[in-house]
Ligand binder design. Sequence first.
Ligand SMILES: [Fe+2]
Length: 150
Amino acid sequence: MLDLTWSDDYILGIEIIDKQHRQLFSYFEEIDKAITMADSNTVTVVVNGLVNYAISHNTFEESLMEKANYPLTQAHRQIHETFKARATKYLQRLEAGDDPFKIAEQVKVYIGLWLISHVKQEDRDYVPYVKKIVPPKGSFIKRFFRKTTV
Ligand SMILES: [Fe+2]
């Protein structure tokens, strides 16, 4: 069976990215809950939420890769574009009135498998570059801002 729960194997060590990846995995739980409750409205809302969040997360990653001068940014962007094209098709089908439960199951498998392999492979490759421009957890800059905003 496909396990779509978060695993620490997916940690990249870039806090903001890890947080967003965790959020993506928590959408799978939300989808399961909505399916269990047989609540088609919530299923539709959560599937939309997952797809839109995944797309904006990818865009965010692209902006970091670009900023970090990651040499494979263009190739990575292309992978995101392919994902986006396919993921938005599910939303179009929802809008067209296809069975939300059926679509939710398909979205879970497609996005779940994509995300797991993407996080463990392509995303891992940009880590050394992006780490240089994003302060690590508990870094001076972060502590500084925490102090000044309290
Ligand atoms: Fe990515």
